[in-house]
Structure formats: C-alpha cells, structure tokens
Write a protein that binds this ligand. Sequence first.
Ligand code: ADP
Ligand code: ZN
Length: 598
Amino acid sequence: MSSAHDILQSVFGYTSFRPPQDKIIESLILGDDALVLMPTGGGKSLCYQIPAIVREGCGVVISPLIALMQDQVSAMHLLGVRAAFLNSTLSASEATKIEQALLAGELDLLYIAPERFSQARTLKLLQQSALSLFAIDEAHCVSQWGHDFRSDYLRLSLLHELFPEIPRIALTATADERTRKEIISRLQLDHAEKFIAGFDRPNIRYRIALKHNPKQQFLKFLKTEHEKDAGIVYCLSRKKTEDIAYWLQEQGFNAYPYHAGLNVNTRADNQNKFLREEGVIIVATIAFGMGIDKPDVRFVAHLDLPKTIESYYQETGRAGRDGEPANAWMIYGLQDVIKLRQMMEGSEGSEEHKRAEQHRLNAMLGLCEITTCRRQTLLAYFGEELAKPCGNCDSCIEPAQTWDGTEAARMALSVAYRTGQRFGVNHLIDVLRGGETDKIFQFDHHNLSSYGIGKELDNNQWRSVFRQLVARGLLSVDLERYGALRLEECCRPLLRGEETIELRRDIKQKSAKQQTRTHLASDVDVALWEALRECRREFAEDQAVPPYVIFHDSSLQEMCVTLPQDMTEFGLISGVGERKLEKYGPAFIRVIADHLAT
Ligand code: ADP
Ligand code: ZN
C-alpha cells in the first residue's frame, strides 16, 4: 500500500489515514467492491479519490449534487489531480471536450450526475474508456424509504451488469439498517466488503436548552461564541426562516434565508454566498443541507424541534466536518411538541405510519429531557455503545439537576382531569396558581379542589412540569381541541401514589464561563490568523473557489502555532501537498515572516 500512502502525503498533504480509510482503499485497489458507511466529515472522498489515482484508468463518481461538482473538481485541480465533470450545466462543446479527454486517458476522476449517467450516449462513452472504479456517492438516494430518493439511482444497477470487472464503491452517511439493506440489494453489492465506521462526531458539542426567549437566547449564543462564524439555523416554517434571517441582518449578521418556496435564483445565490464567503449564516428549513460540503460550518442551531433523532443527527452533522470544535445548539419548548404533534396528525398516511412518526418524535423528546450524557443516548439510538459519558455535551459539562416532581405531577394530572381534559396548559396553570381570569369564573374553576393548590411553583416551573409530562407520554395533546391536555393510561400508577417521578430542573441561563469560544485555540495570535485568512481569501477570489478549497481553517491554525518560515517547514503543515506548497507556500510564508517582524 505504499503508493496509496505516498499519494496521501504528496498530493493531499496528510500524514496518516483515518481508519478504516486504509482498508477501504486497499480493497478497491485490489479490485473489490465496497460499501462504506461513515458519518459526515468522516473522510469518504479520499476512499475513492486515492484508488482512482493509483489504479489505471479514470474513476467515475456518480453524485446527485450537481451544484457541488464545480467546486469538487476545482479542489482536485488545486491538488494537481486531473478531474472533470459531466452534467447539464455544460454546453455541448464543453461536454465533448471532456468526453475526448476521457477517451484519451487524460482523466483521473470524472464526476457524473445520475441522470446523465443513464443516457445511452454516456454508457457508450464509458464502455469505450479505460475505467478504474465507480464511486456511488450519497448511495442512500437509491432507497425508496429514504427522503432523498432519486429514481435515476435505480438505473445504477446497470453498473454491475455492464461493467462487471470494474470495482464499485457505494458511500453514504445514512445509518439505518433498512436503507443499508436496500442499497446492497438494489446495487447488487452482496459480495462487497462492508465498512461501517462509528457514528460518533466527537468534535460536536451537543446542547439542548429550554426555550424561553428564543431570539435573545440565540443572539447571546451567537455573540458569545460565534460572532464571525459560518453556521446553519433550522426552523420549521418558511416564514420563520425569513423572519429570523432578516432579524439577524438587523443585528449585524450576514444571514440569508433558504427554503423550497424561494425562487431558484435567490436560493442558488444564498447558497453560493454561504459556500464562497466567510462567516455567512443560512436560516433554512430542512430543504437545505444535503450535499453542503462546507467543512467549516462552526454551528448548527435548531430554533424548532426536529421531528426525529435521525433528522437531528443528520442536520447537526453538517457542523464541523473539518474535525474542529463545533456546536450543535437547540432550544425547545412545549409549543414545539404541540405543533409537531398537530402537523403529524394532519399529515397524510396510514395509521401505522402516524404511529411510527409519533414513536420517533417521542424518542426525540426523550433526548431533550434526559439528564444523562446526550451523546451516549444519541449513539445508543443508532445501535452504538459509548462506554463513558462524553464530556462534550451540556449534560456532561453542566450536569442537570433533578427534583422529586411526584407531588407536582399529581397536581398537574388531576387538574387536567378535573377540568374535563379540555383545556390547554396556560389555563391549567392559572387554575393551579389560583388565578382570577374570566375563563376561570366562566367555567367555575375557582370551585375546584385543585384551585390555588400550586402556588409554590411559578409559571415557568409549571410549564416545565407539563412539558415533561407530555414528553414522557403521561399527558397527551388533544389535537381536536387546540392544545388541550388529556391523561394517558400510563399515568395511573403515578396518580394512585404507586410511582414517583424525577423531573429535570430547568436552568434558565447557562453560566457564561462555560461558554468559551470553541473555535480558535487560545494560543493563536488573532492578528496573524486574520492576516492568513486575508491571504487565503485573495487566492480564493482569484481562482473563484471557496476559501476552504485553498486551505482549511485547521491548516491556518497550525500555521499560527508552528509558524513555518521556509518551504520545508511549510510542507509539514497538514493539508499542504506538493502542489499547494509550490503555489501558495511563498505567499503564506511571507505573511508569517511579516507578522514575526512586527
Ligand atoms: P465526508 O465526505 O465523509 O463527509 P470528506 O471526504 O469531505 O468527508 O472529508 C472531510 C474532511 O476531512 C475533508 O476536509 C478532508 O480533506 C479531511 N480528511 C479526510 N481524510 C483525512 C485524513 N486521513 N487526514 C486528514 N484529513 C482528512
Ligand atoms: Zn456527554
């Protein structure tokens, strides 16, 4: 495997493989098929790029992400790899040129969109060319269960039939068992070696807090931790993404909305700004993200609760692909639960489907309410065990306090019962706290035995009790009557005094001390950092690529720490291969020298 390792160093500028990259690359070079499941940011691309370079012929990458192909190819060019793409954005003459280069054996890598691949013309072209491998990126798109299904992917079964001797590698970050099986059967990968990497993303810090004043909470988070960083903010509705984006602009942030209802140009424009400029925030519905290959997204924030742990994990996974510290930050409240349950009830689909959705939502709520390590719970959900608490989630950093909520929970359940299970949380709290609203007198609720018995807890504390009872399925939200709370069968033991319940104590604001900036290492000189970024920006602009294609933040950070002063030293920086050393080394070394001289 020395040639693969040589290429890792000389072309990519990295010192070692991240397991199981080495094994995957080895088996492809030997001509075997592979199925690769690796989390976002795990380093899937190298698994086919290196074998494509090592093996005779051109590696064909099938990817649905047309918008990214240009950047992927530019990034390869900067490394000195002969790469090109074929998709609908090319003119006929441009496409012909690339076809000729392929036939002449002048390409190491060719990216093709799936709809292009299945055209007779393309198949014929490929049959006439020397090929080293097929890489099927985002392989879960072949699954009809998944939300990213593409019918063109079904045609990829042709690969096996038309090119039986060419090794194939299918790659995805989607974990679940059913999708995995479907990929194997549809792409006929039964004999492929399966490489399933752990799903943990240790550099992501998970935090889930209670929603009380969403905008202020979010603003504080941004100002203390991500003043100049790129990030993605997820909201449930299109309107809200726009509201939040414009509000962020007023607060001085470079923020743009993104959702399926915006016109195509605006959407492409906003996405481009996010990819090309630094420190841009995108406020999006779930429509945004697939194939966003930006490695330096420093935070993903959820201002609304995602429907499932799968979506939460996929969305938060877009943070920190470069392996540097990143934040997954979420706030949620009772209203989120009510809204989601309503959306589900109103959605089409069988009873069975709805039950499955409820089930997934409950798991998501469970994650929000747990008092133990979030990462352990997340990984356990995907069938992976983490032996020790992670030390990098809110539960680990600032252990949640619990309290014996048995008596409060009983009061909450009985007030819902005594008022006929027809009222929402606000009214129930009014009754418990002995309020004097019109509604109370209208319904005679001041004569109930529950009236005024809950004065020890304030409004927020009661909301917390109700939220946790709903999250744990002891109360349900009646969807016929907006937000009315109903008792569920499983609350009986608690009501009868046969069970007790521990509740999470909601902490309003985390202590500011914990919220250190996660990004820049403390020994990095900010002036040098900014100067290096400026140098990178100039090159990026000059070559019309995103800055991270020139160098990742992690490479710049390493420069700040090791202060390389000649080409040999500069060549040791991770991410500096031969081509980049030659092209950018002198300019960056000069920036460092100037900095040291001042
Ligand atoms: P994925 O496609 O799995 O989401 P990528 O292939 O984009 O991940 O890789 C994520 C980042 O990790 C990229 O910036 C890549 O250059 C970097 N990377 C991959 N393998 C290595 C390695 N062996 N050493 C250092 N960095 C690596
Ligand atoms: Zn933890």
